[in-house]
Design a protein around this ligand. Structure first.
Ligand SMILES: NC(=O)c1ccc[n+]([C@@H]2O[C@H](COP(=O)([O-])OP(=O)(O)OC[C@H]3O[C@@H](n4cnc5c(N)ncnc54)[C@H](O)[C@@H]3O)[C@@H](O)[C@H]2O)c1
Length: 380
């Protein structure tokens, strides 16, 4: 039985908890947060009255009470806490981005290479069932070789969106703590991961990052990132916040993402992300004049459940995690290149990849985490 400690009991930790429910190979036994009100609230909400409570992550890591830590804190603390936990010989699951710069990323990779424990970058978007379905179709060769990718991220409002604690807004809008803006860098990491799993590491990145004020907070919208690959493939990420755009189908953030992959003989559309805009089939493919539609589970929490299960299965099997820190570095390199490009107004060259090839990770992901989707019917 793996004993799990959660470091950072803030907004998103609720979705991390879901993956541990009903598992008999892992149990959350310890909670850590600098704010004791958060640990008290979560131990009650998650019905963990016996969980050990810590305010200092060092004490939790050295307590002998935990085998695995989930690090779910603001970005500027990722490197420091992960390095400490790796040094205490613990399994580590680290939320994205792994660090704020590539030098710290390299230090973490080096530290992780000295441990036999699993150290993985938590990237739940790869485990979102509609995305898994699209990756499965790519693996099956339904669209041929991927040539281009369009990612679109819409943020708006939703009466059902969850409350975001003020401190969670504050660190996201403090560039030294977040590392970049909340949409293109923080949430954008997920989109760079999606681009990575489809096309790999871009060789060049260009970005325009806009500015929209919502009360006194500046949002990095509207923005457009372009990526070009050694293979000649291209990708774009468009991010836009619309204050009066109703996002349906979400209990979490008022946001929705869509993705379109064009290959040598077909196209795949993923029409759902966090939320829902309109009433279109979840996943659609087009090949040889024929449309197929697929309905998948769409709750965004499914991506967290899948990511946590994958971690536990990885620890049990001794496989490489999805993602490794090296792959996290590759995603971070593209995300940082976009920030740099927007500042300099120029195309930025991305460092060579250090992780596995996305094709091999994609194949493993599809095999180990089925999408749970069926073709819902199609027509010529
Ligand atoms: N995968 C996703 O889709 C997703 C979504 C949201 C957030 N995140 C990531 O999760 C992390 C947390 O985001 P959030 O929205 O929950 O933020 P949050 O501010 O709600 O939660 C962070 C928590 O960390 C605590 N904390 C701060 N310093 C600490 C320390 N030294 N030791 C222990 N606890 C400390 C804070 O008190 C707070 O409770 C970030 O890395 C963010 O990028 C990921």
């Amino acid at each position: 039985m793996l004993r799990v400690g959660i470091i950072g009991c803030g907004r998103i930790s609720d979705l991390h908890m879901l993956g541990y429910r009903g598992r008999d190979d892992a149990r959350v036994v310890a909670l850590c947060d600098v704010d004791p009100e958060n640990t008290a609230a979560k131990s009650k909400q998650w019905q963990l009255p016996d969980a050990a409570i810590f305010e200092d992550y060092r004490q939790m890591c050295e307590s002998g009470l935990v085998d695995l830590v989930e690090i779910i804190v603001p970005h500027h603390l990722h490197y420091e806490i992960a390095a400490f936990a790796i040094g205490r010989d613990l399994h580590v699951s680290l939320q994205k981005p792994m660090s704020l710069d590539l030098a710290d990323a390299d230090r973490l990779i080096s530290a992780a290479s000295d441990t036999s424990r699993v150290v993985r970058l938590y990237e739940n978007f790869l485990f979102y069932p509609p995305v898994l379905k699209a990756l499965e179709l790519i693996e099956q060769g339904v669209i041929g070789k991927p040539l281009s990718l369009r990612l679109k991220s819409n943020a708006g409002y939703s009466p059902n969106a969850w409350d975001i604690p003020f401190p969670a807004l504050l660190w996201r809008h403090t560039p030294e703590e977040c590392g970049g803006g909340p949409l293109v860098f923080d949430d954008g990491h997920h989109k760079f991961s999606l681009a990575w799993i489809v096309l790999g590491q871009p060789s060049e990145v260009h970005a325009w990052i806009g500015s929209t004020f919502v009360l006194s907070f500046e949002l990095d919208s509207p923005s457009l990132v372009s990526m070009r690959y050694e293979s000649g493939a291209v990708a774009s990420l468009e991010v836009v916040y619309s204050q009066d755009l109703l996002i349906q189908g979400t209990e979490h953030y008022a946001q929705d993402d869509r993705m379109e992959v064009t290959g040598t003989k077909g196209v795949i559309w993923v029409n759902r992300g966090h939320g829902q805009i309109g009433d279109v089939p979840t996943v659609v493919s087009y090949t040889d004049g024929r449309i197929e539609t697929y309905e998948c589970p769409t709750g965004w929490e499914q991506s967290f459940i899948g990511a946590t299960r994958s971690l536990l299965d990885t620890i049990a099997s001794g496989r490489e995690p999805i993602l490794t820190l090296a792959e996290g570095r590759d995603v971070l390199a593209a995300a940082l290149a976009a920030q740099q490009s927007a500042k300099d107004g120029s195309v930025v060259l991305v460092p060579d990849p250090v992780g596995r090839s996305p094709q091999s990770v994609r194949a493993e992901l599809v095999q180990s985490a089925p999408a749970g989707a069926d073709a819902a019917g199609g027509g010529a």
